[in-house]
Design a protein around this ligand. Sequence first.
Ligand SMILES: *Cc1c(COP(=O)(O)O)cnc(C)c1O
Length: 472
Amino acid sequence: MLNSAAAARRALPSIDRLLKLEAIGGLIDQYGRGLVVDTFRALLDEQRALLKHDDVAAPDDGELTRLCDERLHTATKASLKPVFNLTGTVLHTNLGRALMPQAAADAAMIAMTRAVNLEFDLGGGARGERDSHVEGWIKRLTGAEAALVVNNNAAAVYLTLNTFAMRKEVLVSRGELIEIGGAFRIPDIMTRSGCKLHEVGTTNRTHARDFTEAIGPRTAAIMKVHASNYAIQGFTASVPETQLAAIAHEHELPFWVDLGSGTLVDLERYGLPHEPTPRDAIAAGADLVTFSGDKLLGGPQSGIIAGRADLIARIRKNPMKRALRVDKVTLAALEATLRLYSDPDRLTSTVPTLRLLTRKQSDIQAQALRVLPALAAAVAGRAEAKIFACSSQIGSGALPVDALPSSGIALVPLAKRKGSAAEALSNAFRALPVPVIGRIKDGMFILDLRCLDHEQEFVAQLDKLATAGAMP
Ligand SMILES: *Cc1c(COP(=O)(O)O)cnc(C)c1O
């Protein structure tokens, strides 16, 4: 036996000989020589180890080539790829938040593949300012005197604190000391930006006198954080923005509102719940307002700081602005998105985020009826598929309490242990070529169809649903 294993090991080809095979030439053309050599080397090492223990025959050239091809295919598949977001959360941070308008994608493509006047003033032929491409639109849409853009809203908050409050204090209501997913906590960001947080009032109630009494020689600003991902209900009180602005200005301090989502249009015009806009905050007396580009605005990941020209100029001079600035692709996409806002009547068709948020329940239900038979067939013997009235959320912190009536399909497992059966269904849908992400609730796997674009692609791949776990 030992001898035959040794013979099998000796029968393994050398890399040099493998690389001369005709079929391998094709792999080298496709994947590059380096990857092919590395893959073969790893394969041969594994085979040698296997042959040490088992009395098996060495794989022939054809088999080795097939294994190599399979591995290269898996190893080089794109890691970042499309999925179906059927979670019911329109702005899902883990699924990439806003889908960008076609106009933004077109503009981004040009900025990616051609030289552009990013920081070049075509009039004077001199150096230009990269934010100038979007500043005009932001001013127009918010009523601010000036604006700049950074990598995301967390960066906008950091940069604002770091510019005005390093080694000083910022007053914030205790009810607004928020954590937004991952590791973005207002208190932590304050520490990192070198400023001290001065909490004012209590979790549920904060009054004007709490602020006036807290102002001292080290106070640098008053900040209001929009309670974006939670709601405090019951016995509550907070100080209106106009009053906070008045208190700040009386003491010659800037008043700043961190809106988070910050939609540029009044959502009520589309029958959605009201969400404060940067224009509202500035009209109420805010000297600065910060908000995200990829939440309700529906554009690329970015953070916008808009407000008084003298304050924006100071932020622009902060050396950290350079570290947090956006690239040409983001600027191109943001400019194209902002331009769409000049025609508010068409926003529900031009900006996907607003299109998805304003989809009517009847329209979503009609789609659910269309895809129901294919889904029912795909899970036959395993689960029952039925139309399910559900509610979607905006996500990314906006309007945490208000839910949007939606429709979808519930897959109810036939197995006794509903929980693990729903889990198995969820796994199978995630393993599809274009993974489908839903949610599990009460032992059901639920697909909210509000965000189902590419319906045909969705239906066409259902026959690939793994049958593991089917009822016998
Ligand atoms: C989302 C949010 C942030 C962080 O914004 P990003 O764009 O995710 O960096 C900051 N403040 C508030 C109030 C938010 O809702």
